[in-house]
Design a protein around this ligand. Structure first.
Ligand code: ATP
Ligand code: LTN
Length: 354
């Protein structure tokens, strides 16, 4: 049995509660991002931009999921550097620590603990059906870590610890949120009402930005080639070069639609980072060929990232500020997580109640 997908799909920013709603009455949002590399415009358009736009309406928890990053081979120094880099990028992109809790997953031990307990209500077959596992294992099931297989259960623990109602993510995470709903529903049926059953919040625009060098593959931090990935820290010349060299479709018209995966992706990026719609852009570039289009797109991406990069530069010179935000965030998250864990342990009959 599978809980219904129950996905909230809305256009634009949240319309629901107003800023005057007290924090305790706001809907609870949780989302996470892996410190598996430098965040890119896919992460930005599929997730971070929406987190920022919606944060005033909700009670938000945003987590840098370093335990998840361990599911693939990881160098300790690089992991720590990527964790700080991702925290800095989230703040530079507009996550406001006064509106949102921002913290590092491994600083709150309850995530790993709840993962183990939820393993006992998760079926092996459910995990085997996860498409992200199949993609990341790449057919090497015998050699990949057990953590890669168990990844979705840790994600369920992240979400369920905070009584989360909404999980704003890109389209690739839909199946993991559905599994989280199934796990929560099963736990509640077996042990009594304990967890809120969350919904994925997937915006249609930007939900799946593709690689510039392969429009059939999702843009990804951990992609082998970074030629198809525009990271939030790429300098202007690198951005222009990557866009100039991006693959295009057969023909020479700047149009989106079926059979035009590359142009559809480029037009989507242009529309989401600028002020125009895809159809206005198609009209503007009608008969002009790919050259002019790519050159203008390069400038549009450079301009859109400029304010984030300026703020990134400032924050990089204040590492103590970033460290304080993460320490405060972990304290606030721990308070909530430990209360939930006490309830879960009790429900499951663990310990002697001391
Ligand atoms: P990795 O390459 O390590 O798997 P990733 O780049 O796929 O990393 P995650 O940390 O797994 O990124 O995802 C963080 C968030 O960004 C999630 O909400 C995910 O859905 C979203 N996201 C990731 N890639 C894209 C993309 N190409 N387009 C839109 N959203 C994306
Ligand atoms: N698996 C997610 C990252 C993630 C997450 C979460 C997202 C870990 N825990 C909880 C939302 C809610 C990904 O984006 N690859």
């Amino acid at each position: 049995m599978s809980a219904k997908a129950d996905v909230v799909e809305e256009r634009g920013v949240a319309t629901a509660p107003s800023e005057s709603v007290p924090e305790s009455a706001r809907r609870r949002v949780f989302s996470g991002m892996q410190p598996s590399g430098t965040p890119h415009i896919g992460n930005y358009l599929g997730a971070i931009k929406h987190w920022v736009a919606q944060q005033v309406f909700y009670d938000n928890v945003f987590c840098i999921v370093d335990l998840h990053a361990l599911s693939l081979p990881t160098d300790p120094a690089a992991l720590r550097q990527n964790t700080i880099g991702l925290a800095t990028a989230l703040l530079a992109a507009g996550i406001d620590p006064n509106q949102s809790i921002v913290f590092v997953q491994s600083d709150v031990r309850e995530h790993a603990e709840l993962c183990w307990l939820l393993n006992s209500v998760t079926q092996f077959g459910e995990l085997r059906r996860m498409t992200q596992f199949k993609d990341k294992a790449g057919g090497q099931d015998e050699a990949v870590s057990a953590a890669l297989f168990d990844y979705p259960v840790l994600q369920a623990a992240d979400i369920l610890l905070y009584d989360t109602e909404l999980v704003p993510v890109g389209d690739d995470q839909r199946q993991h949120v559905e599994l989280t709903r199934d796990i929560a529903t099963r736990f509640n049926a077996r042990y009594g009402e304990t967890f809120v059953v969350p919904k994925a919040d997937i915006k249609p625009e930007g939900a799946r930005i593709m690689a510039l060098d392969d429009p059939t593959a999702k843009m990804s931090k951990s992609a082998a080639s970074q030629n198809g990935v525009i990271s939030l820290t790429d300098d202007a010349d690198t951005i222009r070069r990557k866009i100039r060299r991006s693959v295009t479709d057969s023909g020479s018209d700047v149009v989106s639609g079926p059979g035009k995966p590359a142009l559809t992706n480029l037009l989507t990026i242009y529309a989401l980072l600028g002020d125009d719609t895809v159809s206005a852009l198609e009209e503007r570039y009608a008969g002009k060929g790919y050259g002019a289009f790519k050159s203008d797109l390069g400038e549009a991406v450079v301009a859109a990232l400029a304010p984030i990069q300026r703020r990134l530069g400032e924050l990089q010179s204040e590492p103590e500020h970033v460290a304080t935000v993460l320490a405060t965030g972990a304290d606030r998250a721990r308070t909530r997580a430990s209360a939930k864990m006490a309830q879960v342990r009790d429900r499951m009959g663990l310990g002697l109640g001391t």
